[in-house]
Design a protein around this ligand. Structure first.
Ligand code: CA
Length: 250
């Protein structure tokens, strides 16, 4: 199957599911995840989480943190405590521990941007697609660098972070709030760009069309199982597919 056919079939399947005509599908905003989608930060995040868990005596495997990608820090800390000690710490304790984890992240070498992420954002911008950041992170060092790494791509009032939601991914709340922020869009007017199963599930459950990319050890099957409409092996491939997807040339 060529790319064009793959894209057309994915859009047709999505439109059938949402009860709309493929000819009428015309996304106006892209809701875009940060870690693992824009910046290659997951290796550092998993190492920082593992260090924190070890220090607290909470048994954990470093790779399991790839599966929690997208969850808020509070949710990850609650999960670790519940499993190891049978209780969940109060929010204040979670927030203190998250600050510690964030400081471990900051001690590590600066992470690079995901190859193809700039091209992806440029193609969206050229087509007049509004870009909204939707991240479960509160890591200020990463949020602050977006303006440097991707100048003009994300307006400051078009960003959803862990501070803006009560539930966080895999709940659809962050993506639904992103649609609200983009001007009260319907799910059929939004696409989601994600790299992790919990984020893909959040996007899928929000009703948006979900583009997923494998940028870490998580296999493409896990992204399809979570509800991705299209999965790409690299962000470059995703960026290359945007003209066909958004210009309706397939
Ligand atoms: Ca991610």
């Amino acid at each position: 199957m060529n790319d064009c056919q793959m894209i057309r079939e994915a859009v047709e399947a999505y439109c059938r599911r949402r009860g709309i005509a493929p000819a009428g599908w015309s996304p106006r905003a892209a809701l875009i995840d940060m870690d693992g989608t824009l910046i290659d930060s997951m290796r550092n995040h998993t190492a920082a989480w593992k260090r924190l868990a070890d220090e607290l005596g909470l048994d954990a495997d470093r790779d399991e943190f790839y599966l929690y990608e997208g969850m808020t820090g509070r949710a990850t800390i609650r999960l670790l405590y519940k499993r190891a000690k049978g209780y969940e710490p109060v929010d204040e304790v979670c927030d203190e521990l998250y600050v510690r984890k964030a400081s471990y992240f900051n001690e590590m070498p600066r992470v690079s941007v995901i190859p193809g992420a700039s091209e992806m954002l440029t193609r969206l911008t050229q087509r007049g697609i509004t870009r909204v950041l939707v991240t479960g992170s509160r890591q200020l060092s990463n949020l602050d660098r977006l303006d440097t790494d991707f100048p003009g791509a994300f307006l400051h009032d078009l960003r959803i972070t862990a501070a803006d939601v009560t539930k966080g991914k895999p709940d659809p709340e962050p993506y639904l709030k992103g649609m609200e922020l983009a001007g009260g869009l319907s799910p059929e007017q939004a696409i989601v760009i994600e790299n992790a199963p919990l984020g893909v599930k959040a996007g899928h459950d929000s009703g948006a069309f979900v583009l997923a990319v494998t940028t870490g050890p998580i296999p493409r099957e896990a992204l399809l199982d979570a509800g991705a409409d299209l999965v790409f092996d690299t962000m470059e491939q995703l960026a290359d597919a945007l003209p066909a997807l958004l210009d309706g040339r397939c």
